[in-house]
Design a protein around this ligand. Structure first.
Ligand code: GLN
Length: 284
């Protein structure tokens, strides 16, 4: 069967199974099965493929029809123009999180500094920042050794030697200043979904690790913990920037003010939702 026809059939099947992005899913999965990129398919859609390539594609489409995320099936996802390896040990990088990267780059205009990405997962935020700020020292930490290994592999594959990763339960493995060096920017996309949120029962999130998604206190527990602990690790004019859910901003701004942060504000993502709240230690 020609690739075009395979795509049409798979798109139909995935749309029927409820995928919100059936055509795109089919293209990415077929590209993966025949080891070509999507744009190649646009030009060579009348070509055929081998029996085994087709069997591989059928298996991928069957898994996707069950709801399995495309990024786990292909083992990769693009974020900030970087190709990142993904695994079921970590959250799949999301376009929303690019808001946090853009903000960190805007506030950290100096050519050198130190950034910490806490709960780094695939390393997405740390690596995107490191790719834009070669003079900065970027450190990513994660509780899970499997995530640390994945993020480090991503750094190596992208040739980003200014980013390194280590295992740490939040800040516990990092020496606090004055023994350790302070950070100019601390960023995090921690778990922030409430355990009873119906969103957890839909789409890709069903297959992602709950430890990366769910937090106590209606999803606020980890964000609030970071607000009170990050101060110790920030430089005098350092910034804390936290991604969060769109109903959480007011609570977080209040918590930052109470904790003594200045310049507290919230930034919206491309969808118009309040997505990142930030504050700095002294008035700048
Ligand atoms: N934004 C993600 C979602 O809604 C959640 C990410 C997170 O909990 N850090 O699926």
């Amino acid at each position: 069967m020609a690739l075009d026809a395979l795509l049409r059939k798979a798109t139909e099947r995935l749309a029927k199974a409820g995928s919100p992005s059936a055509r795109l899913d089919a293209e990415v999965l077929l590209g993966h099965a025949i080891e070509r990129d999507r744009t190649w398919l646009y030009t060579w859609g009348d070509k055929g493929c081998s029996k085994w390539q087709q069997a591989r594609f059928d298996a991928l489409v069957a898994a996707r029809a069950q709801g399995y995320p495309v990024a786990y099936l292909t083992g990769e996802r693009e974020f900030w123009g970087l190709r990142l390896m993904t695994s079921p040990d970590t959250l799949i990088p999301r376009p929303d999180t690019e808001t946090l990267v853009a903000l960190a780059l805007r506030r950290a205009a100096q050519p050198q500094g130190r950034l910490l990405d806490i709960g780094t997962g695939t390393g997405a935020i740390a690596l995107a920042f490191a790719s834009e700020r070669p003079g900065w020292q970027v450190i990513g930490v994660d509780l899970l050794p499997a995530a640390v290994a994945l993020a480090q592999t991503n750094a190596t594959q992208l040739g980003l030697g200014n980013a390194r990763f280590q295992q740490s339960d939040w800040f516990s493995a990092l020496a606090a200043p004055p023994e350790g060096a302070a950070f100019d920017v601390i960023v995090a996309n921690p778990p922030y979904i409430a355990a009873d949120d119906p969103h957890l029962k839909r789409g890709d999130v069903r297959f992602e690790p709950a430890s990366a998604l769910v937090a106590d206190a209606d999803g606020l527990a980890d964000l609030l913990y970071l607000i009170v602990t990050a101060e110790t690790y920030l430089s005098d004019s350092g910034w804390l920037m936290l991604e969060h859910g769109h109903g959480q901003a007011a609570e977080l701004r209040e918590a930052m003010r109470v904790a003594g942060y200045q310049n507290v504000e919230t930034v919206r993502d491309l969808g118009g939702h309040e997505r990142v709240t930030l504050g700095s230690l002294i008035t700048v």
